[in-house]
Design a protein around this ligand. Structure first.
Ligand code: DGL
Length: 255
C-alpha cells in the first residue's frame, strides 16, 4: 500500500497521477483538513503535522509515503526521511522544467507563502532559476476554492483571474503550479493565461513513487483508494468528490 498526505484535498491531484500509473495498487490518502492551510503556518508547526500524518499512514500499513504537498515537503521532508521506517517521496515547484519551457524568460511560481519563503525554494531558484525573470505568488484563496470543492463557475474564475491575469499582462509565459491544490484549477488557470505553458510536477512525483514502489517490492493489490481526514468527514467527502471526480468515502481520523 502507498500512502499520501496533504493539508487537505490538493494531494488528490498527485494521487490521481499515481493512480494513472499504478491502477491496481492500493492507495491510502490522508487529508489533514483540521489543520489546513499549511501555507501561512510556521515551518515547525507544518513539520509536526507532516510527522503525525506520515506516522498515521505507516501505522495503517503504508510501505511508501508520498508527501503530496509542496509546503510540507519544504518544512519537513528531511525530518521524515530521517525518522520514518519507509521511503519518502517529496515534491517541489517545477522551476527546472519551467526554465526549459519558457521562451520569454518570464516565469511565475504559484505556491504558498510557506513554500516560497522556505530555504528549499531559495536553493531551487539558485540552482535552476538564475537566468529567469521569476515571480512568486502566494495564492491562498485558490487553496480555499479547492477545499470547498469549488472548481468552476464565475466566482472561482474571478479568484483565479485575480492572481493570474496580472502575470499574463506582465508577459509571463510559463506558470508553475507549486502547490498541489492548483492542478484541479488548471482549466481556470489556462483560461486566465491563454497560451501559457503550465508546469505541474504531480506526474513526475507519481513516476518517482512508482519507481520506488517497484524497488521496494510493493506490488499491485485491488486498486483501492482509502481516504481519511482529520476534519469533518462529511464536508470533506463532499468537496473531495469534486476534486476526485467521483464519490469518495471519507473516514474520520483523530491525529
Ligand atoms: N497543497 C499544499 C501544497 O502543495 C498547500 C496548501 C496549504 O495548505 O496551504 O503546498
Amino acid at each position: 500500500m502507498i500512502g499520501l498526505f496533504d493539508s487537505g484535498l490538493g494531494g488528490l491531484s498527485v494521487a490521481r497521477a499515481l493512480r494513472a500509473l499504478l491502477p491496481e495498487h492500493d492507495l491510502i490518502y490522508l487529508a489533514d483538513s483540521a489543520h489546513c492551510p499549511y501555507g501561512p503556518q510556521p515551518a515547525a508547526a507544518v513539520r509536526a503535522r507532516a510527522e503525525a500524518c506520515a506516522r498515521w499512514l505507516v501505522d495503517q500499513g503504508a510501505r511508501l509515503v508520498v508527501v503530496a504537498c509542496n509546503t510540507a515537503t519544504s518544512a519537513g521532508v528531511e525530518q521524515l526521511r530521517a525518522t520514518l521506517p519507509v521511503p519518502v517521496v517529496g515534491m517541489e515547484p517545477g522551476v527546472k522544467p519551467a526554465a526549459a519551457a519558457t521562451r520569454t524568460g518570464r516565469v511565475a511560481v504559484l505556491a504558498t507563502s510557506g513554500t516560497i519563503g522556505g530555504e528549499r525554494f531559495a536553493r531551487l531558484v539558485e540552482r535552476y532559476g538564475s537566468g529567469l525573470n521569476l515571480r512568486t505568488v502566494a495564492c491562498p484563496e485558490m487553496v480555499q476554492l479547492v477545499e470547498r470543492g469549488e472548481l468552476a463557475g464565475p466566482r472561482a474564475q474571478a479568484v483565479v483571474d485575480g492572481y493570474v491575469k496580472p502575470l499574463s499582462a506582465e508577459g509571463v509565459d510559463t506558470l508553475v503550479l507549486g502547490c498541489t491544490h492548483f492542478p484541479p484549477l488548471r482549466p481556470l488557470i489556462a483560461m486566465a493565461a491563454p497560451g501559457a505553458t503550465i508546469v505541474d510536477t504531480g506526474p513526475a512525483v507519481a513516476a518517482q513513487a512508482a519507481r520506488l514502489a517497484a524497488r521496494e517490492g510493493i506490488g499491485p493489490g485491488a486498486g483501492t483508494l482509502r481516504c481519511a481526514t482529520t476534519g469533518d468527514p462529511r464536508a470533506v467527502a463532499a468537496a473531495a468528490a469534486h476534486v476526485w471526480g467521483a464519490p469518495v468515502a471519507m473516514e474520520a481520523v483523530r491525529q
